[in-house]
Design a protein around this ligand. Sequence first.
Ligand code: SAM
Length: 313
Amino acid sequence: MTATTVGIGTSAADIEFHYDLGNEFYALWLDETRTYSAAVWDGIDPAEPHTTALPRAQRAKLDLHLDLAGAPRPGTGGTASTPSTGLRLLDVGCGWGGLLAHAVRTGRAAEATGLTLSRAQHAHVRSLGLPGVDVRLEGWDRHHPERPYDGIVSVGAFEHFATADLDAAGRLAAYRAYFERCHGWLRPGARMSLQTIAYDGVAGGDGPVGSFVAAEIFPGAVLPRLGEIVLASDPYFAVTTVRASAEDYARTLAAWSARLLRARAAAEELVGPDGYHRYRRYLRACEVTFLRGAATLYRIGFRRRDEPLRLPV
Ligand SMILES: C[S@@+](CC[C@H](N)C(=O)[O-])C[C@H]1O[C@@H](n2cnc3c(N)ncnc32)[C@H](O)[C@@H]1O
């Protein structure tokens, strides 16, 4: 099975439909880290206002992924496997660059490359002028780095790596092609992290909520199951950590909803009353999906296998 036998998942047009609604619109209800994925809420008091709680929870998420990717915390001096020149990091699906910015500003990475399919995100990250950061308007299937990376993170992008028309074997091939590429890009012994929404109930059985989100918000996105991720990665990576938290996403969605509500006038100026209501419905519908347990969120740590395994499936 090779990376060239599969499609690349959500098309660039569908990505633009969602993400290129406008950087200003998303800035209204995302927090200052500009991350558009579930935060880590451990130890954050439910009574703390989301104005301070959400950025703290988002930074905790960014640090967790950098930990899983093997980036030393500032002041810890790193480990024997940390390169003396500083960590070289890849962020697959970098969004508006929150993780890239955090990684280089805190010194957890010396160099960081981000991939996105969204023109608006690409322009935004470039405009930040982050030292050591290279952002590319490029899908993972087109990425050919000149040198190996020391760590990879991917947060909230895996949902775009397959398409609804693929059957189970096709999805496995698509996901496996991704892990094969990551294996090829990483130096021996390197670590990788992945955060993704996944089905926790009956796959595809998400009823009217899923149909609304698929048709009006996120065309072309498909959720994996945990078993598919493990099976797809197994030849190339050993799993080091699996952490499930539907609650983390429900709480993040509730914080985004509250912020969008407060920014209603500005949001309606940018996307019109229909756009505003569509996004309010989407955020609430997704929150309910997580609270009811139809979907969950996984954060998975991986260690690169030196030699890929030959497995029967
Ligand atoms: C939900 S956003 C998450 C962004 C960011 N990681 C965060 O947590 O804020 C998904 C990102 O994945 C990117 N993406 C989707 N498919 C991709 C692909 N095939 N290759 C690279 N990036 C992709 C999108 O352009 C977008 O930046």
